[in-house]
Design a protein around this ligand. Structure first.
Ligand SMILES: [Zn+2]
Length: 359
């Protein structure tokens, strides 16, 4: 399996990074610092980062940012400073793209934009790359808000063939496939068309992203995922127990994610982190610890939502700040090995998922 090979390689780099042996000298500096200051805190792990949701393509395709990524939460220099080794670029199809919503042409055009972003900077490995390299970034693809595919559901096949790994059947509004978590009304789940679409996604080796769907749609998707032996994945959602928002996951949903081998990606957007005002990095840690307690440490990942117009938790303002989160997790008692799971290996496991039988 090409992806399995890539996952193994990235995991190897990630584990090296966690012990400060790869990806620059940050880890070595931390160790030297610790040796000089024996009474000081333990050195922070410099876990390699794989982020399941970074909205850079939206910024470039719809908001005019240069494909060289000179600015923003996930500007190239910040990605490099933060130790990013892999990220998922969503092909985001805005509900407001046109009067009648987004079109399939928008998906094609945004895919071309991602190709341009990856081609513009040598730090990105070529799209669909099967190797991993320390200091470079592997890009994965998702589709956020796939409602436009209702016009031609089999068109999803060619996007999966291009490497799209995660597909959400709705974004902020209800679609012909699914109710959205923030849609009106929200009392329904997947439509018949949506159930067939989600089964098709799993049959072709990709995964459904539950991050933006209604609770009823989550239940419908979980049933289809279980029937396919597939993990349930929420790329960028937190725990509703700590921040009551329909975009977040109930503890029961977090348990389903754990049971199916899936992941929930920690989102840094303040209203999804806490309901008590502006979130801090410690609030993100509380989310992480709760999600680990409920879903299991193998089932929490990063899904920052950087460049998605977020109001980031204080201390996590941009992609250079990921090491601060790993430091904070260790400060709250998490082992370096568990940080590495949350920062990279859990995400890589689901990105490398393949169905037991070829379609
Ligand atoms: Zn989103």
């Amino acid at each position: 399996m090409r992806l399995a090979t890539l996952t193994a390689a990235l995991c190897a780099i990630s584990l090296l990074a966690a012990t400060g042996s790869a990806l620059g000298d940050r880890g070595k500096k931390a160790r030297r610092h610790a040796q000089k200051n024996d009474a000081g805190p333990d050195p922070a792990p410099t876990a390699m980062v794989v982020d399941l949701h970074v909205d850079v393509p939206w910024q470039v395709h719809w908001k005019g940012r240069a494909p060289t990524l000179p600015e923003g939460d996930a500007r190239l220099s910040a990605l490099q400073a933060g130790g990013v080794g892999g990220l998922v670029f969503p092909i985001y199809l805005p509900d407001k793209a046109h009067e009648d919503g987004a079109h399939l042409d928008d998906a094609e055009a945004t895919y071309a934009t991602i190709q341009a972003i990856v081609a513009a900077s040598p730090v990105f490995l070529p799209l669909g790359s099967t190797r991993a390299e320390a200091g470079r970034i592997t890009s994965f693809l998702s589709i956020e808000g796939a409602g436009a595919f209702a016009a031609d559901p089999p068109a999803i096949d060619r996007f999966i063939a291009r490497g799209v790994r995660l597909i959400s059947p709705a974004h902020a509004k209800n679609t012909a496939f699914s109710a959205s978590a923030t849609g009106e009304p929200v009392g329904f789940g997947l439509t018949a068309l949506g159930k067939a679409f989600c089964a098709r996604i799993y049959d072709h080796g990709a995964l459904v992203d539950v991050s933006h769907v209604s609770d009823a749609a989550f239940a419908d998707i979980a049933a289809i995922a279980r029937a396919h032996g597939a993990p349930v994945v929420a790329t960028h959602s937190n725990a509703r127990a700590l921040a009551r928002h329909p975009r977040n996951l109930t503890d029961d949903q977090l348990r389903v994610i754990g049971e199916t081998g899936g992941v929930a990606g920690l989102n840094f957007h303040s209203p999804f982190v806490t309901t008590s005002g502006k979130a801090t990095i410690d609030d993100v840690v509380k989310q992480a610890l709760h999600m680990v307690k409920v879903a299991g440490v193998d089932h929490v990942a990063l899904g920052s939502d950087f460049d998605g117009g977020i109001r980031a938790a204080a201390g996590l303002e941009d992609a250079s700040r990921y090491p601060r989160l790993s430091e904070a997790l260790v400060r709250h008692g998490m082992s370096a090995g568990d940080v590495t799971k949350i920062f990279a290996t859990n995400a890589l496991r689901v990105l490398g998922w393949a169905p037991a039988k070829a379609p």
